[in-house]
Design a protein around this ligand. Sequence first.
Ligand SMILES: Nc1ncnc2c1ncn2[C@@H]1O[C@H](COP(=O)(O)OP(=O)(O)OP(=O)(O)O)[C@@H](O)[C@H]1O
Length: 344
Amino acid sequence: MASRSRTESTASPPPRGDDAHGDDARGDDAHGRAREASRAVCEATALSRSYAGASRPAVDGVTLNVRPGEVFGVLGRNGAGKTTLVRMLVGLLRPDTGRVLLDGTDVTARSAHAAVHLAYLPQRESALADMSVRTALETTGRLRGLPRAAARAQADDLVAELALAAIADDRVGRLSGGQRRLVGVATALAGERPLLVLDEPTTGLDLDARRTVWDALDRRRSGGAAVLLVTHNVLEAETVLDRVLVLHAGRPAALGTPGRLKERFGGLVRLDLAWRDEPAIDPAGLGGTVLRRGRRWTVRLPVAEAQDVLAGILNGPAYAALDDFGLAPPSLEDVLLACDSEEG
Ligand SMILES: Nc1ncnc2c1ncn2[C@@H]1O[C@H](COP(=O)(O)OP(=O)(O)OP(=O)(O)O)[C@@H](O)[C@H]1O
């Protein structure tokens, strides 16, 4: 049972991570320490931005570093400020305050320079719709400075790598939404920028295409590129992100490795119970605060207690009313829920 409501909140939220407002510079392992030694490919300091007439800033005091060879995720609910933040990082929106360095170069006031350092895949891209897939890839490579022959060779490589051969000669504008997204990812890879900024790259892709994209990104990461990823797909993100920034109402709510962010749950697991009929047990007797959505109950408990509670239900009279259950370790989704409830 994997029902995770976006509206529920914890009654007694776990403590906020202490790395919410600074970079998680401590790192978890040798790999992390090696990355720290290398200069950030993207360094943003105290970025804020308000839109005219808004009651609060869309982004409010965000600081982050993205290092070569890492996948850095920006997570948050709709309207949390992810796109606004990314548009400042890629030079499409000027911050009200703060600055952005790309490969050590201050691009805050020289937004045209940002394109030298990065490739950006926006949520909705419409450029190059009149070209064939292969020409779009070649043209993007050329625009990013590759000589003609190299751009052509790279386009062929990308067609093969992203399994685009069957549509390589089709016009981009006539492709399905998922195919267009895959081509969008391929164009982001053309020209081999050291920083790939991808807003929801796998939305609309089927399972095979998603795997193809993650494999391709993993190869870039292994080659030293950095990936800054905006996503709503927390479960998928969990498998690929090295570090995560959670935004809530424009503010940084948590920053760190997925493992460290989940440590705030201190070994608690999540027990989900779905009842087909009104159960003959008192939720107050389960040993934790029970979140109830109709006949779906969720409670966070230490592992041993959760096992005892579940065994009691499976072996007792309440079992007759049980429809489904799940026992799961904390996830990034739980981190997001906790950030929402802490920040209100
Ligand atoms: N061009 C704009 N003019 C005015 N307000 C805007 C504009 N763009 C975004 N906003 C507001 O700024 C806030 C942050 O929006 P933003 O698009 O950055 O969030 P997001 O996290 O990317 O959301 P989503 O997940 O829905 O894409 C929202 O309150 C939004 O209404």
